[in-house]
Design a protein around this ligand. Structure first.
Ligand code: GDD
Ligand code: MN
Length: 384
């Protein structure tokens, strides 16, 4: 069994020698090569060439001048240039411990998985190396949203954002990948039908240099998610918007017949939440309904929406009173936050996959395929 260790690098000069040393030591006895896919503008390529001559394993480098697709594009370039059975991807700054490489490959061999993910969020893993609570929160939040949007494809992956994973090369359709930004694993998992295994790892501190992650990467990630899975979330949004209009119409109608505004608001909320639920069952989550639990799903959905409606107003008052944010902007923010929370809650709780009649040992199905009587028109693999 042969493995290509693919390392994307952008200005990682001070990390190269240490990385090559530790990878070389870790893969002792394994048929491995190290492949740098480099987009650097500093002395990194020269350093790689120098270090390669002394290395304990074969070291190759592809130096790109166009940098197409950034980090993800570099990894895909690495897949293309490999003829090994496994490609193992890791960062060049030693936040991913090379000592885990043999364990990841072993896990793939033992479980028969196509992709082995080194996860920060499975028992024993940790994200210590993320700088500050903002990046921790962003990391957790983006994983929750991604898993809500891809409940099937990401069912077995607690860390679709990790940059440390191994793939069986022939299990991935490299030509189907549309690399951009940082989230290459997300691309691999959502566009291929693969079996996933995981191992915990501790995301450490950088050995040297600075992170290249920035707000632009965050935006690019949102765009990636939206284009990978436009279907479900947009239908959810359309039904939500329809519900909001219906709510106002009913309220206005009741008040026209002489009803007080409080009663009118309550009645219209109850009616809208109920109708929204029925529409969601039919149009948004039809492939994720388990059988016979409609009342329970209704109770959860109703409970969430009623609670959300009840706390949204005090929350708005709090933002306006406690911060300099103008009221209309504050309302826009609360509506946006409520929408995301509502979507995550419905995907992750009300329609969570574990409740469906899927035997756990079943082959990984495509979203809306095989395990549901009706085949959804927008499988997870939907592309732009
Ligand atoms: N070739 C190439 N081109 N490599 C790049 C580019 C690029 O445009 N941008 C970044 N890299 C390389 C870096 O040199 C490093 O080896 C690796 O990709 C990760 O970049 P960092 O700048 O260290 O990113 P990070 O530590 O903030 O993010 C890492 O952790 C995230 C999890 O929170 C990455 O592994 C992400 O993929 C991961 O999501
Ligand atoms: Mn890093």
């Amino acid at each position: 069994m042969k493995v290509t260790v693919i390392v994307p690098t952008f200005n990682e000069e001070p990390n190269v020698a240490e990385l090559v040393r530790r990878v070389g030591a870790a893969v002792e006895g394994i048929d491995a090569e190290l492949l740098f896919v480099d987009d650097s503008t500093d002395g990194t390529p020269a350093t790689i060439e120098a270090v390669a001559r002394e290395a304990r394993l074969p070291v190759r480098m592809i130096h790109r001048t166009d940098g197409v697709g950034g980090l993800s594009g570099a990894v895909v370039e690495g897949f293309r240039a490999s003829d090994a059975d496994w490609c193992l991807v890791m960062d060049g700054d030693l936040q991913h411990p090379p000592e885990l490489i043999p364990d990841l490959l072993e896990q793939g061999a033992v479980t028969g998985a196509d992709v082995v993910v080194a996860s920060r969020y499975v028992g024993g893993g940790a994200a210590d190396g993320l700088s500050g609570w903002v990046r921790h929160a962003v990391s957790r939040g983006s994983i929750a949203v991604a898993r809500a949007m891809f409940p099937v494809r990401l069912r077995d992956c607690t860390d679709p954002m990790t940059g440390f994973f191994a793939v069986r090369r022939d299990a991935v359709d490299v030509a189907a990948l549309r690399p951009r930004g940082f989230k290459i694993l997300l691309e691999v998992l959502t566009r291929n039908k693969v079996r996933v295994a995981e191992l915990p790892f501790v995301f450490g501190e950088r050995f040297a240099g600075d992170s290249k992650a920035n707000v632009r990467q965050g935006l690019s990630y949102l765009h990636q998610l939206a284009s990978l899975r436009f279907g479900r979330m947009s239908r959810f949004a359309i039904i939500g918007a329809f519900g909001a209009v219906l709510n106002l119409a009913i309220m206005a109608g009741l008040m026209a017949t002489g009803e007080g505004y409080v009663e009118a608001a309550i009645v219209s909320a109850v009616v809208t939440i109920t109708i929204n639920f029925l529409l969601q069952e039919r149009f948004v989550f039809h492939d994720l309904r388990d059988h016979g639990g409609a009342w329970r799903r209704f109770a959860e959905s109703f409970g969430f929406n009623a609670t959300e409606a009840a706390i949204r107003l005090p929350f708005l008052v709090w933002i306006v009173e406690a911060t300099p944010v103008p009221p209309v902007l504050a309302q826009a923010v609360t509506i946006a936050v409520a929408f995301v929370l509502r979507f995550v809650f419905h995907s992750r709780v009300v329609y969570r996959r574990g409740r469906a009649l899927v035997p756990p040992e079943a082959d990984v199905p495509l979203e809306g395929e095989a395990t549901s009587p009706r085949v959804s028109s927008d499988g997870d693999a939907q592309v732009q």
